[in-house]
Design a protein around this ligand. Sequence first.
Ligand SMILES: [Zn+2]
Length: 448
Amino acid sequence: MKRVKFGAVKPEGALRASIQSDMDGCIGHLEELAPAIVCDQDIYGEDRLTRLSKQAELGRKPDEHSEFEGGGTEVQFMWWNSESQSNWRDGYVRAALLLEDPALRKKADDYIDRILATQDEDGYLGIYGTDLRYRHTTENGELWSKSTLYRVLLGYYEATGEQRVKDALVRAFDNLMEGYPMGSSDPFLVDKSFCGHCHGLTIVDALGGMYELTGDEKYLDYAVWLYERYSANEVEEEDLTLSSIRNPHYFWKNHGVHLYEHLRAVILAASRKAEYRPLLELVRAKLPYYLTPSGGPIGDEWVNRRTANASRTGYEFCSVTELFDSYALLLEKTGDLSVGDDMEWLYFNAGLGMKHPTESSIMYCKTDNCYTANRQRNPGDVYADERYKYSPVHQTTAVCCVPNMGRLTPHYVQNMFLAEDDGFTASLFGESRFTGEFGGVPVTIRQL
Ligand SMILES: [Zn+2]
């Protein structure tokens, strides 16, 4: 099975209404709701990070990770706004393309123009000045800031076919693969590995996209090499390293979002090397123990060696979107249509269940049995947790979940149909219109 290009499936009915409502609400207006995070810092352009950079306002609580503050290395932790901006843009740009609204499309085009203009002569497209790029010795967002941005560009290119975007991506990856050459560098060898460094493994998403776009297998080889290097080093998020998967006594314990996004590295590696296929099966056998009845994966925020429980284990919106994307890759690579059921189950239950029924806001964390949404996980809890409330931004915790909410429905729409040698398969339920070509004949399929 093969993923269809983004834009080949257009949402109709309730799916279109859901995307429209997000764009009328917190996704379409995040610039006004959180300007300091998503607008003020031009982190890929004029405000790239150098050794002299001052800490900008971040979309997260200031008290976390204080060990990085005041020292000489904290600049390498300042990647945070690249995630907020690019994940938000991924949902925003894709929504604008799917809705075919001229005003939104103009804003998306303007953003693409601006971001492409930040690319250096040598192809570098990222957040670091020349004194820091590819030379990190500790926590950093080199790969993660690229991963989130390049996913936006890939979606935009797939829908529009604009050659300049493809050219920019090819140059950006040439630069990356020169900066971290395969076989003679070690991007995951750092001191104090932390969340940005570990999120960097998701660059495999864009590498997979580059293979589809160019047909060049070097991108897949590079992705597998990165996963192998990730596994070989001492990393903060180790739930899905090769040795953790091989360990029969290992219970998942780290940050949920990382765990569910790293699944894609395992899936990709298993699709390239037969020796990793049994490992993917081990992971698939384990996953159901970590899912609540709604399909929500434990992620509040750490898994902590628990098994899922409808009242006690919460899940984060980010972890829902990341697991959804991992299912999508699993469906494509294995052709196992039951994964499509898992995707529907997750989207319609956990995903939509975290959105406010009438207002444009979401819960950052939620349990299936949700008796209260006023900062308490369960009624009577003494400890107030800002994650367990509705907000259109969640700046009191982190501006991560709202951008990821904006990505979820456009990603759902893209994966509703898959291409096969003998035609197309409708893999997900929902009102939609697929447009493609089979044997030179234009094809339109509608789900009503
Ligand atoms: Zn989040």
